[in-house]
Ligand binder design. Structure first.
Ligand code: PXG
Length: 442
């Protein structure tokens, strides 16, 4: 162990860190060693205010008692049960509780272990659904530029983040992309959903015109794009996508890995925008980020299309060793109970106006070229340093961590998504902290 900080291992070389600047980190590591409610504790004993709910997942805050107890109890009672041709009761209970809060029309749940697996599952369900209905020529999948749908091959194929795609060969074939909806010239500093850009949804008509609707299985979008730097859908955009999909018999998949479980001040983004997708992809907040788990929700029509053939036959050749495992199911149940007890799935709506005012007060801070917000999501876009994109935001991230605030950066955008238990005093701390940082970085 490290002499100075007993919590830090001496040798950092063996662990290849995900989505990280490994060499930079290992020269100047940032270790978190404990967490409670709104705060992490760093290895040198400092309190760090969590401005990002971990990675957009710890929606109920850290180390919440019901969740901790549920996991402890479950580990003693039933640690693992085979997921195929067998089950345990809690996974059914979780599916039912989930459907209780799910967007309108969602009636069945398929469990996975991450957002990436949920995306793959949804894409496979879409393809297999059309085929089960005798419509197997619908093989194309439509994503969107700047979309993030995890890191597996289906997800990066429909996704639109260049560094996540360019190293990995030909990806899935039969994929096309809608344009993204980031229009800074027309929409910068909009409070909430932007006015301009609904016509970008009509690009789907162009894509349908090119490939013919009879070849298209599904469209997948994040209702609000998170990872790529918080890009909001223009007013009316998602409704328009829904109309075009319905008109052409194309399934609409909402990737709600970030927007699900209260992030926008409604249980799901489908509720916020009052648009009914055919499939909803979730993960993260489902278990408060504590035990890995994802859930894909589908309509009865989709589910029932699979329920044919001899009853002893497997209907959908897909699933994971850990699909709905007892620890994750217990964690999910305790998480949903915590959300319910504390009204967290709608708490964001009460705080959103305060959050919006606080964020937009940074409009005149150095380097700020846009501020975006919705529910308890925020983004501060900075002007990049000429010739060194991402550097300015990265130094803001380091400065923030050193000063006791956890933020996320992507490109030159600072993304914020505090746990839904955040208080106004924390919001003040986040915004005041950021102002100081923007005044000190170059
Ligand atoms: N879909 C969406 C919309 C996501 O945001 C995934 C799928 C993949 O989930 P998994 O569980 O496989 O990572 C995500 C994940 C960030 C950040 O800071 C965002 C994600 C993951 C890590 C960091 O923006 N989103």
């Amino acid at each position: 162990m490290n002499q100075q900080f007993p919590n830090i291992p001496n040798d950092l070389s063996a662990f290849w860190m995900p989505f990280s600047a490994n060499r930079q980190f290992k020269k100047a590591p940032r270790f978190l060693v404990a967490a409670k409610d709104m705060h992490y504790t760093s290895a040198d004993g400092r309190k760090i205010l969590d401005g990002t709910a971990g990675l957009w997942c710890v929606n109920a805050g850290h180390a919440r008692p019901k969740i901790v107890e549920a996991i402890q109890r479950q580990a003693e009672e039933l640690d693992y049960a085979p997921a195929f041709q067998m089950a345990h009761p809690k996974v059914f209970e979780l599916a039912n509780r989930l459907i209780d809060i799910a967007p309108k029309g969602m009636e069945h749940v398929f469990f996975t272990n991450s957002g990436s697996e949920s995306v793959e599952t949804a894409l496979k369900i879409a393809l297999a659904y059309h085929r089960a209905k005798g419509d197997g020529s619908r093989f194309r999948l439509i994503g969107r530029e700047r979309g993030y749908h995890g890191v597996n091959f289906g997800g990066i194929s429909v996704g639109g983040i260049v560094p996540n795609r360019k190293m990995f060969g030909t990806l899935l074939t039969g994929v096309d992309h809608l344009p993204h909806t980031h229009l800074p010239k027309r929409n910068a500093f909009t409070r909430g959903v932007p006015e301009h850009g609904v016509e970008l949804a009509d690009e789907l008509e162009r894509i349908v015109g090119l490939h013919d609707a009879s070849t298209i299985a599904a469209v997948i979008v994040e209702p609000v794009a998170g990872s790529t730097g918080v890009i909001l859908p223009p007013k009316g955009y998602l409704k328009r996508l829904r109309e075009i999909c319905t008109k052409h018999g194309i399934l609409l998949i909402f990737d709600e890995v970030i927007t699900g479980y209260g992030r926008l001040g409604t249980p799901f983004a489908a509720d916020y925008f009052d648009v009914q997708p055919d499939i909803v992809v979730t993960a993260k907040g489902l278990t408060n980020g504590v035990i890995p788990m994802g859930a894909v929700m589908v309509t009865a029509e989709i589910h029932d299309a699979f329920m044919h053939g001899p009853e002893h036959m497997i209907e959908f050749f897909h699933g994971y060793t850990y699909s709905g495992n007892p620890m994750a199911a217990a964690c999910g149940l305790a998480t949903l109970e915590t959300y319910k007890d504390e009204g967290l799935l709608t708490r964001g709506a009460e705080l959103a106006p305060y959050w919006e005012d606080a964020l937009h007060s940074l409009r005149d801070a150095p380097y700020v070229i846009d501020v975006r917000n919705i529910g308890l999501v925020g983004a501060i876009e900075l002007e990049p340093i000429a010739g060194a994109p991402t550097k300015r935001a990265f130094s803001a991230f380091i400065k923030a961590f050193e000063s006791g605030l956890l933020i996320r950066t992507t490109g030159d955008i600072i993304a914020l998504s505090p746990p839904l238990i955040v208080e106004k005093t924390h919001i003040d701390q986040i915004v005041d902290g950021l102002r100081t940082i923007l005044n000190t970085i170059e």
